[in-house]
Design a protein around this ligand. Sequence first.
Ligand SMILES: NC(=O)c1ccc[n+]([C@@H]2O[C@H](COP(=O)([O-])OP(=O)(O)OC[C@H]3O[C@@H](n4cnc5c(N)ncnc54)[C@H](OP(=O)(O)O)[C@@H]3O)[C@@H](O)[C@H]2O)c1
Length: 266
Amino acid sequence: MSLPHPTRQSRAVITGASSGIGEELARQLAASGHSLILVARRVDKLEALATELRQKHQVTVDLKPCDLADRDARRLLNQELAQQEISILCNNAGFATFGCLQDLDPDREREQLELNAVAVQDLTIALLPQMIQRKSGAILIVGSTSGHQPTPANATYAASKAFANSFAEALHSELRGTGVTCTLLAPGPTRTGFTEVAGITKIDGMGGNAAWISAERVAREAINGMNRNRRIVIPGLLAQAQTIGGRYTPRAVLLPILKQVFSRLT
Ligand SMILES: NC(=O)c1ccc[n+]([C@@H]2O[C@H](COP(=O)([O-])OP(=O)(O)OC[C@H]3O[C@@H](n4cnc5c(N)ncnc54)[C@H](OP(=O)(O)O)[C@@H]3O)[C@@H](O)[C@H]2O)c1
């Protein structure tokens, strides 16, 4: 099974398209002829990207600025999107906080769970019926290697990504035979705006270039994976090793190590 072919009326929705992995997903899907609907809060960034992609690829690019952590705003967006023909849904928007839970802003922690988990579920629920009805559609859910194990000093993020990872893999199996696919993208460290938003830019220099991969490569592997109806895409050897370590190392061994590492990041 491959990705739905682009048509005049169909759209690929990309959340978090104003930066990083989402911006690259938008670039690469537009290059394959898909018309897009870009979602994020920073309108100036979305406008600049839309102008570039319209000129370069002659595709339609619509903007839907929205704070996806806001339930009311999200409900309106989801209703609007459900009225259009959505062939591809990339649930990508997300952010992380680092630090011990008692030191973090409770509102920001709730916002994180709302964006990384509940909004993903909401948007998927809103758009899945039309895809099933057409027997065609592709869903990408951006989880993380962080979702494979609990992570002290990054507790809410890891838990929110555990939801995303599990939800995506379950849907992949549920949807078999429907004509609709679901792929989990579970990246490790990727060069984007992520560390700045999380306030952990001091890790940017750690591990050299070998430890980090580009958003361009992550997006490319994600789209290839969707094209082949892969259950899970984990770009890069480091992320693959992190996944095995996170899944199979006994928690009693793993948690103290992660606590040491992650409590030093802020
Ligand atoms: N970079 C990594 O190392 C890494 C590793 C594993 C997983 N991931 C995951 O990859 C995904 C993309 O992140 P990234 O690395 O590309 O980071 P990024 O460059 O910071 O991009 C995050 C995107 O999410 C959007 N966003 C944040 N809050 C939002 C909100 N309330 N409503 C709507 N959009 C919102 C941002 O747009 P606005 O600010 O304009 O709203 C931005 O477009 C996230 O789910 C992240 O958890 C990243």
